[in-house]
Design a binder for this molecule. Structure first.
Ligand code: SF4
Length: 97
């Protein structure tokens, strides 16, 4: 399991699923729609080991492209959590919770 944080979101990748993934679509999407933060390591798994901690924070655009690419062209291994401060209270106030 690979887990890392960008400025306001948390990314979890079940890298055991990468072994059977032929597309490696996450890295292509990250390069195409963002800044190429996510890469593929020499074992064929999604990785950020080629980046420093500072680069992870600086290059992350929170675009969610890797999650969509993996869901539709990979093995659905990526989950991104984007906490929204005050959302629970808002939904409760509007009787939507
Ligand atoms: S697309 Fe998904 S399953 Fe494929 S290498 Fe990337 S994270 Fe792993």
């Amino acid at each position: 399991m690979l887990e890392f944080a960008e400025k306001s979101c948390l990314i979890r990748i079940d890298t055991s699923k990468c072994d059977s993934c032929e597309s490696k679509a996450c890295a292509d999407a990250c390069k195409k729609y963002a800044r190429g933060l996510l890469g593929i390591d020499d074992q064929g798994r999604a990785s950020i080991t080629h980046r420093s901690d500072d680069e992870v924070l600086r290059l992350g655009t929170e675009c969610l492209a890797c999650e969509f690419a993996c869901k539709f062209r990979g093995k659905d291994a990526i989950r991104i959590e984007v906490p929204v401060s005050g959302l629970d209270e808002y939904l409760k106030k509007r009787s939507l919770a």
